[in-house]
Design a protein around this ligand. Structure first.
Ligand code: ATP
Ligand code: MG
Length: 476
């Protein structure tokens, strides 16, 4: 027995304090407190306290010391099991929010529907939730569902055995117990984790109807973890996809940031389309993809997402407005062309088309106003890249949104929407010294310019340095 213990300790390279606790429990997977669960003792899994955020550990230990149960749950356990760094550490306990607040002086209670405790260590916030039960489990209460079956209330405290059933996927319902560092699994989450399967807890259709955002979460986790959706989960998405339209637009905005800005945008887009979810999130874009000519709109979207994925891989900042500008560009152009065909002057047509496209989109996804303004600016600046004579180029170069607009121009050129020589000209122009910049904007230097040749006066510029553009789109 001792030899086996030593062997296990060595291969798992645990610290001493951790190993002391499990010596008596190595093969003990029957835990009387967790009837019906499989309890994976510490030596049989790879989650170590060394990987856990130290403030989360403080919270777990303190709750335990005060006589409460405390566990890590959700994405952090799932990610630690995969050897990934979790985004956040969620603690769950049988202490009620007011009791948590009495224990931690650095605690504030938030939320009306879900009372949650935030224990704050400077900027590090550890979220502590009280076990809750699905309201449908409480026989004394009728579940509050809307006509589509969506849960409107979910805030009754419960036990760990009840808490588990209101979680979405089996891999998100694993509890790391601070008492003995075991993992408590009521729903076969460890098996699904090992096999790489995203499986809903309970009936897939019912769980999606209760909260349609779970469909987006299924796609997000499938892509991020390289897991596959189990058969029932997959089959239940298409018939329920339309229910996403009833989700508050602010919540969908939060979800799309997670979907598209975490480094797997292209794959996420493909999977969302495949399951009929993309058309609910971006109806106008989806329509333009159906009318695509020579793949252009799709390439635009994919290139934009691919560039963002690459920037994230290179640890560079990315912005959501740039992506949304790319997603909505083609629908906006279509609208503008229809208006021009009806006789509206070009500039009015583009202005109205931009307004209408954005207004329609924000009804579904609450894109904040400062982002819609940025999108408009990027779009508005596009025709200005055609002017390469006189003072206009140097004025454009100093525009605060020049870099974003230029990056957008490059994107359009990559998909054949703009001639490459226009981009090449701007690429050279913005990096040249003042003299060359002036020469480049003289009428004879720009034979391709379709502007009538007329004498122009240059704005007086600083003598010392050429006009330089502002920083990258994604740095703004
Ligand atoms: P990540 O934080 O890496 O995006 P996560 O799974 O931790 O993934 P959170 O939004 O932090 O996602 O949620 C924490 C946990 O709360 C989940 O793992 C899951 O158990 C539960 N949960 C979150 N959203 C839902 C939902 N819509 N329906 C049911 N359970 C949910
Ligand atoms: Mg999380």
């Amino acid at each position: 027995m001792n030899a086996i213990l030593t062997f296990l300790k060595n291969i798992l390279s645990l610290d001493n304090s951790e190993s002391e606790v499990f010596e008596s429990e190595v093969f003990d997977v029957i835990d009387k407190e967790h009837t019906g669960a499989v309890v994976i003792a510490r030596p049989a899994h790879c989650v170590s306290r060394k990987q856990v955020n130290e403030n989360a550990l403080k919270v777990l230990y303190r709750l335990r010391k005060e006589g409460f149960d405390s566990y890590l749950v959700g994405g952090c356990v799932r990610d630690l099991l995969l050897g990934r760094e979790p985004k956040d550490f969620d603690v769950v306990t049988n202490a009620e929010p007011e009791q948590i607040a009495r224990i931690f002086s650095n605690c504030r209670l938030i939320g009306k529907r879900f009372r949650l405790a935030h224990v704050c260590y400077g900027r590090d916030v550890i979220e502590v939730a009280t076990f809750r039960k699905a309201i449908s489990d409480d026989k004394t209460q009728t579940p509050r569902l809307n006509k589509d079956g969506r849960l409107l209330q979910d805030n009754i405290y419960g036990t760990i055995e009840e808490d588990v059933w209101r979680r979405d996927f089996t891999i998100n319902a694993l509890y790391y117990n601070i008492r003995d560092f075991s993992i408590v699994d009521y729903v076969g989450g460890m098996d699904d984790h090992r096999e790489g399967i995203i499986r809903l807890i309970g009936d897939a259709g019912e769980r999606f109807r209760e909260d349609p955002v779970r469909m987006l979460r299924a796609v997000r986790f499938a892509v991020k973890l390289a897991f596959r959706l189990d058969h029932d989960c997959q089959a239940a998405i298409a018939p329920n996809a339309h229910l996403l339209a009833g989700i508050p637009p602010a919540r969908l905005y939060d979800e799309i940031s997670k979907l598209f800005l975490t480094g797997y945008g292209v794959q996420t887009f493909e999977l969302l389309r495949q399951h009929g979810l993309f058309s609910v999130l971006f109806p106008a874009t989806d329509k333009s993809l159906m009318y695509e000519k020579a793949d252009f709109p799709k390439m635009m979207v994919i290139k934009a997402l691919g560039n963002s994925d690459q920037r994230i891989a290179d640890n560079k900042p990315v912005t959501l407005y740039f992506l949304i500008a790319a997603l909505l560009w083609e629908p906006m152009l279509r609208r503008a062309k229809e208006k021009i065909a009806k006789g509206l002057p070009e500039s009015n047509a583009y202005y109205e088309a931009a307004s209408e496209t954005l207004t329609q989109q924000v009804r579904r996804i609450a894109i904040p106003r400062h982002l819609t303004l940025a999108i408009r600016e990027v779009w508005n600046l596009q025709p200005k890249f055609n002017a390469r004579v006189g003072a206009k180029p140097s004025r454009l170069l100093t525009h605060p949104r020049f870099r974003a607009a230029y990056d957008f121009l490059v994107l359009r050129a990559q998909t054949g929407d703009v001639p490459l020589d226009v981009v090449q000209w701007w690429e050279t122009y913005q990096h040249e010294n003042e003299n060359t910049q002036r020469k480049m904007t003289q009428p004879q230097a720009n034979e391709k310019s379709n502007k009538p040749k007329r004498k122009r006066t240059h704005r007086k510029k600083m003598k010392t340095s050429p006009v330089t553009p502002p920083p990258s789109a994604h740095d703004q």
